[in-house]
Design a protein around this ligand. Structure first.
Ligand SMILES: Cc1cc2nc3c(=O)[nH]c(=O)nc-3n(C[C@H](O)[C@H](O)[C@H](O)COP(=O)(O)OP(=O)(O)OC[C@H]3O[C@@H](n4cnc5c(N)ncnc54)[C@H](O)[C@@H]3O)c2cc1C
Length: 404
């Protein structure tokens, strides 16, 4: 029997396996993919994430300290920071590297196996999987559920799914580009209803073009691609579009008897940008540390494992809560209101105060969000938008009171 069976070799599960293997524990890491890390993603991570979980230099495509933001009406604003804020990385190789390191330290890596069922008993959890033409039973003292977006595994493990409508749909394709030297972000209902689109360089000639929005409709991506093609920045047709979901809220309880849920399976993506790699890896680390303590204490009760939920809430709980209110505020605005907000927020004076401040972080948005709504000019402007924004502005202003 394994100490822990981890389902999902994405950033969350791979990090948990590595941490357990480093502690000398017996972990099995199962994934139905053969190519680890190859789920739909742009591969943008923040500087704090890269400091904490270093990326080998040959896997970094681009280091970004600036981006160009296109308003709904097509105005361009360049946002610049004195330091590197984000890295665009080869996500597949980055995550595979973590899983392979876990394997080299003793974790059992089982690729090509799909988990079909979970049964808990008094002394173990049994995970039924099929793959490689066989059915297999993996038994562990703990289950670490790191199966990404969607609720099938967490439900099998007895965890409540939460609001299943609260998610974003991302779609993305690789395109050929000319003269693209920085990340471009596109706002406006025409591109992505209540969200945004992006063009992120991955080499001098290629980029990832994508959108996230509440809607499954991909026509915004097609419109964005035609616009950029007509302007000459994108030089290939849109083809090979893939789509996948991004959770917006944590599930009600991320632990239960003999189980912890992490990463997207637990609902840990940043609500503003949909970025989830960093919090997935942090949750992997925190779940592994709780697992080590539980194995030491021989206590796999929900009460003991609740330490994991306290730990992730301390680490990034406020980020998820405040980011969610900020997303709701943003979603309640019309294009014309976003246009006005951008004019003020991205003016050089306000950029200097908010974006160039040491508080600004690509990995943690809450301080900048709270300082933004606490900024006199911006607060007055948002309040003038009327009752549709009021509930979310009020919640954020209440949170801003606690800003140290
Ligand atoms: C279009 C798009 C772009 C994105 N871009 C970024 C970005 O630039 N930066 C960023 O930080 N985040 C980004 N994200 C989000 C990010 O990809 C996820 O938050 C992150 O991958 C979550 O990691 P995870 O380990 O929780 O899950 P995943 O990476 O989804 O890994 C889960 C794994 O579990 C496996 N699995 C699932 N079910 C089973 C089963 N029953 N049996 C066996 N295996 C199973 C899957 O094969 C998968 O490999 C993006 C998301 C989308 C949709």
């Amino acid at each position: 029997m394994h100490d822990a069976v981890i389902v999902g070799a994405g950033p969350a599960g791979s990090m948990a396996a590595l941490e357990l293997a480093k502690a000398g524990l017996d972990a099995a890491l199962i994934d139905h993919r053969h190519r680890i890390g190859d789920k739909l993603c742009t591969g943008v991570i923040g500087a704090e994430c890269a400091d904490r979980f270093p990326v080998p230099p040959d896997l970094t495509y681009h280091r970004a300290s600036s981006a160009v933001i296109h308003s709904p009406a097509g105005r361009r604003y360049t946002v610049e920071h004195p330091q590197t804020q984000a890295l665009i990385v080869d996500r597949v190789a980055y995550i595979a590297g973590i899983a392979r390191e876990a394997e080299s330290r003793g974790a059992e890596l089982r690729l090509g196996y799909t988990v079909r069922g979970v049964e808990k008993s008094a002394d173990r959890v049994a995970i039924r999987a099929s793959g490689a033409g066989e059915d297999r039973l993996f038994e562990g003292r703990l289950l670490i559920a790191a199966s990404g977006f969607g609720h099938s595994l967490t439900k099998m493990a007895g965890l409540e799914p939460g609001n299943q409508r609260d998610f974003l749909m991302g779609c993305q394709a690789e395109v050929r580009v000319s003269d693209l030297d920085s990340t471009q972000v596109f706002l406006g209902q025409d591109v992505a209803r209540s969200s945004f689109g992006w063009l992120v360089p991955t080499s001098p000639a290629t980029a990832l073009l994508g959108t996230i929005s509440r809607s499954r409709d991909q026509s915004g991506l097609a419109r964005l691609a035609s616009r950029l093609r007509a302007q000459g920045g994108v030089t290939s047709d849109l083809a090979g579009v893939r789509h996948w979901g991004i959770p917006l809220k944590p599930i009600p309880k991320t632990y239960g008897e003999r189980v912890m849920a992490l990463g997207d399976a637990a609902g840990f993506a940043k609500p503003i940008t949909g970025g989830g790699i960093y919090y997935a890896m942090l949750s992997g680390l925190l779940a592994a540390r709780t697992a080590i303590d539980a194995l030491d204490a021989e206590d796999f009760s929900a009460g003991f494992l609740s330490r994991y939920e306290s730990a992730w809430k301390r680490e990034f709980g406020d980020e998820l809560r405040i980011g969610y209110y900020a997303r709701m505020l943003f979603e309640s605005m019309s294009d014309a209101q976003i246009e006005l907000l951008m004019e003020t927020f991205l003016s050089s004076e306000v950029q200097e105060q908010l974006i160039n401040s040491p508080d600004f972080s690509f990995d943690r948005h809450s301080r900048t969000i709270l300082r933004t709504v606490g900024h006199r000019r911006i607060a007055r402007l948002i309040a003038s938008f009327g009752p549709s924004v009021a509930p979310f502005l009020t919640r954020l202003l209440k949170s801003a009171v606690f800003l140290r």
